[in-house]
Design a protein around this ligand. Structure first.
Ligand code: NI
Length: 131
């Protein structure tokens, strides 16, 4: 892999922290220390994506909007093994609120939530996750 050089600006105390870290871990220079920190962080992020979590997708939509109910049902059937429960509240004449309880790998829950929230006619949508 090609090595690229770049300049980094850091606050003095952060630089000291980096040097202390490199010293403690025995890295021969700052580049090695930064390389290690970046790759470790990337791995952790990937690991987070595959972690089993529980969560809730909350959406608000106008049920008169064409096809929205069919679309939401289709998406949820595609991910049926991750959906624990579905609460539906009729807020007023037009608006419905749904809370969809979900469980599974964080990355796939994010994918499911994105599909639901981006459905045409959704007024508000959010995903919350917990370990
Ligand atoms: Ni409703």
């Amino acid at each position: 892999m090609a090595i690229v050089r770049f300049g980094v600006s850091l606050e003095k105390d952060l630089l000291e922290a980096l040097d202390n870290y490199a010293d403690k871990k025995g890295f021969p220079n700052r580049s090695q220390a930064i390389r290690h920190l970046v790759s470790e962080n990337t791995v952790r992020e990937k690991w987070d994506q595959s972690q089993e979590v529980a969560g809730a997708i909350t959406i608000v939509y106008d049920h008169h909007k064409r096809n929205i109910l069919n679309t939401l049902t289709d998406i949820q059937h595609d991910y049926h093994d991750m959906i624990l429960s579905n609460l539906h509240f009729h807020i007023d004449h037009h608006n419905c609120m749904e809370i969809i309880a979900v469980k599974g790998k964080a990355g796939i829950l994010r994918e499911l939530a994105d599909k639901i929230i981006s459905t045409k006619g959704i007024v508000h949508g959010a995903l919350t996750m917990t370990q």
